[in-house]
Design a protein around this ligand. Structure first.
Ligand SMILES: [Zn+2]
Length: 155
């Protein structure tokens, strides 16, 4: 298998979330990940809420890990960073699993290292071959996956 270097377009089926998928905080100055309100460069900051999507995807290049965050992550996942932070880690993980796992996804990305990609653009294409469903279940799945009383979700 050739190493994946630089810019690459991928398409494949999402098989699972990675452990890095979830709600997190960013430094408002440098956008680095902030833990416990402390940026490694800027010290104590008022961090910004963000959402990271981390997916394992089977592509014709083999299995890759794709990450993205910020607005494109919130848009693709159909949930705002605010709403993502209002869920428990488990609820958010369940929501993201229902949204992504078993679905086809295409993305324009660049590789951070071999088979470890960061998406500039990502688009869900719907059900993968293993998981074809009939009817208009898409909306219903999303509504079930997130408690109705949390508010702030993009519909
Ligand atoms: Zn910073």
């Amino acid at each position: 298998m050739q190493p994946i270097i630089g810019n690459v377009k991928i398409m494949g089926e999402v098989v699972s979330l990675t452990s890095r998928a979830g709600a997190f905080f960013r430094c408002p100055e440098c956008r680095r990940t902030v833990k416990n309100g402390v940026c490694m460069v800027h010290g104590e900051v008022e961090p910004t809420k963000d959402l990271r999507i981390g997916l394992r995807i089977i592509t014709r290049l083999g299995e890759v890990v794709l990450e993205f965050s910020g607005e494109k992550a919130q848009k693709t996942a159909g949930i705002t960073a605010e709403a993502a932070h209002s869920l428990s880690a488990q609820e958010l993980s369940n929501y993201l699993e229902k949204k992504f796992v078993g679905k086809k996804l295409k993305a324009e990305c660049f590789s951070l290292k071999d088979k470890y990609l960061y998406a500039r653009e990502a688009e869900l294409l719907g059900e993968g071959e293993k998981n074809v469903q009939t009817g208009d279940s898409q909306g219903a799945v999303d509504k079930e996956a997130v408690p109705q009383n949390q508010g702030g979700l993009k519909q």
